[in-house]
Design a protein around this ligand. Structure first.
Ligand code: NOJ
Length: 553
């Protein structure tokens, strides 16, 4: 415990600034909105806030297309607002964590503007340029993650440039030391401002293979996902270690990298003493329905045993190397009450059950805005209501694969990133108290009951469950650093595990089914039931979606 770092003993809260709190009536959240909610965040026991990108951006991908790494988008506020936020948050015991989007920039970034002008300018090799195939088609059959070719033609250079994501997000050429230096300088700029760490976007894609070859098609149009061709390419670790040396080393901060495609077995090269980062967001527990890649229309049913195995593998791997960032939501994922209880049931029970797991596993829990209220998915009737660029790409892909418009829309309902991006629900008033203007994305229809103010007054709300569990976790060494053991791994309805430190044990059991089952005989005699998501205990059974936590000494 004494050797633990500050960020291992706290909770991180993810703010999606566009949807968090609007102080100007523009319909878009802003930095001053976050400043006004610091007391709220403190009440949840939050020690760090990860801000998704707030830099100048044309917002093709809501800020993940950055046009300047060292200033703020005027829609969010000024650099003075940001400095005030960093400073004020600190006085609430909260550090601000910035998002570094270094695989690509916006096509509006001056670097790209220059790069695409000619083949021999100063920045001509800051991005990834290739000639067309002899017939004029793109250099390879790679499909970008948002759909469509991963290559876009540039008339001025008469060449294609590569983009892992949208065509407005050209990939930077990490092979060029000047590019790497410019990126490190930008991160150091934020360290000088006093930030508490970084979340690093899409990092597994920065290294490209030496040869660019066609891959085996995985879609009807003959394309293959770029993920399968470029993720985690050999040699990437050299870049990452340089990144660590040039930026992170010697600072009391944490780094968490988004690393789709790194398995728990590979973890030791990526995190911990000898790794490049402190933590990795890996997605084995989030992508269970996409065992062959994330094409929404190619979903598979998943089993609870698979979820448990993914979580347990990560718990075991991070007991050896690095540290685990526990998460069930972020701005790219559906809401966890829908994702992990696809059979429906009660939203409040589901939200509390997921919180019980989140806050008793080993690692640093990440709470995504609104998760602490039990916010849930939306299901809008038309694609016109959806803003998310990826939802539109996946919808088109589903149609192309032969699905009906109705089916394609149902995939969007289940997986759209807009599920997580609807405005934060603060009050039961107009627009859920998010804005006095017109919200950039519609507010979820359940805001009259699911909002911070109403829930704050209800001792049994999801919000107060989070507050209680968070406060309890913070004072409990067994949860902060005790060992993890999975129990009953073969059960398809229950997730049960224990945490142990010295003579103390904490048991968490969640019934993921909607029906009542017998309470398994795994809790030692004398154990005390300290939390339960049903008001009253019912001896000997676990009701549908019931979550219980016991402690024994
Ligand atoms: C991952 C981010 O979380 C997502 O929102 C974004 O669209 C892509 N990376 C591209 O930056």
């Amino acid at each position: 415990m004494e050797n633990m770092k500050w960020w291992q003993k706290t909770l991180v809260y993810q703010v999606y600034p566009k949807s968090f709190a609007d102080t100007t009536g523009s319909g878009t959240g802003d930095i001053r909105g976050i400043l006004g909610k610091l007391d709220y965040l403190e009440s949840l026991g939050i020690g760090a806030v990860w801000l998704t990108p707030v830099y100048p951006s044309p917002m093709v991908d809501n800020g993940y297309d950055i046009a300047d790494y060292c200033s703020l988008d005027p829609a969010y506020g000024t650099m003075e607002d940001m400095e005030e936020l960093i400073h004020e948050a600190k006085s609430h015991g909260i550090r601000i964590v910035m998002d570094l989007v270094y695989n690509h920039s916006s096509d509006q970034h001056p670097w790209f503007q220059e790069s695409c002008r000619s083949r021999d300018n100063e920045k001509s090799d800051w991005y990834i340029w290739r000639d067309a195939k002899p017939d004029g088609t793109p250099p390879t059959n790679w499909r970008g993650i948002f759909g469509g070719s991963a290559w876009t033609w540039c008339k001025a250079r008469r060449q294609y440039y590569l983009h892992t994501f949208a065509s407005q997000q050209p990939d930077l050429n990490w092979e060029n030391p000047k590019v790497r230096r410019a990126l490190y300088n930008a991160a150091n700029f934020w360290l000088e401002k006093g930030v508490g760490g970084f979340r690093i976007d899409a990092i597994t894609y920065i290294k490209k293979p030496t040869e660019f070859l066609d891959g085996k098609p995985d879609a009807a149009d003959g394309t293959v996902s770029i993920h399968d061709m470029t993720a985690n390419t050999e040699g990437i670790l050299e870049f990452l270690h340089e990144f660590r040396r040039e930026v992170f080393d010697g600072h009391d901060i944490f780094t968490v990298a988004e690393a789709n495609g790194v398995s728990p077995e590979e973890l030791k090269d990526w995190v911990g003493e000898d790794g490049a980062f402190d933590m990795l967001f890996e997605f084995s527990h989030m992508n269970l329905q996409f065992p062959e890649g994330e094409i929404w229309c190619k979903e598979h049913p998943w089993k609870l045993t698979a979820l448990k195995k993914a979580l347990s593998d990560s718990q075991r791997a991070t007991a050896q190397n690095g540290w685990y960032p526990i998460f069930f939501e972020n701005h790219d994922q559906p809401r966890c009450v829908n994702q992990f209880f696809p059979q429906g049931g009660d939203r409040v029970l589901a939200a509390k059950a997921m919180a019980a797991v989140l806050l008793t596993l080993r690692g640093t829990p990440f709470v995504y805005e609104g998760q602490e209220l039990g916010m849930s998915n939306v299901a809008w009737e038309s694609m016109d209501c959806y803003d998310d660029i990826s939802s539109h790409g996946q919808y088109a892909l589903a149609l192309q694969e032969g699905f009906s418009a109705e089916d394609a829309l149902s995939f969007v309902h289940t997986y759209s990133r807009d599920n997580a991006r609807t405005p934060m629900q603060w009050t039961a008033e107009k627009n859920a108290g998010f804005t006095t203007g017109t919200p950039w994305l519609p507010v979820h229809g359940d805001f009259a009951i699911c909002n911070a103010e109403t829930e704050g007054e209800d001792p049994d709300s999801v919000l107060n469950w989070y507050r209680k569990l968070s406060a309890w976790r913070q004072g409990k060494e067994t949860l902060l650093c005790g060992s993890y053991e999975e129990l009953l791994p073969e059960r398809e309805d229950l997730y049960a595990f224990s945490r142990r430190l010295g003579t103390e044990e904490v048991y968490t059991i969640v019934n993921f089914s909607l029906h009542e089952v017998e309470l398994p005989d795994i809790i030692p005699r004398g154990a005390k039931r300290v939390f339960g998501n049903y008001a009253e205990e019912k001896a000997g059974v676990l009701r549908g979606q019931e979550a219980v936590i016991y402690v024994v000494r």
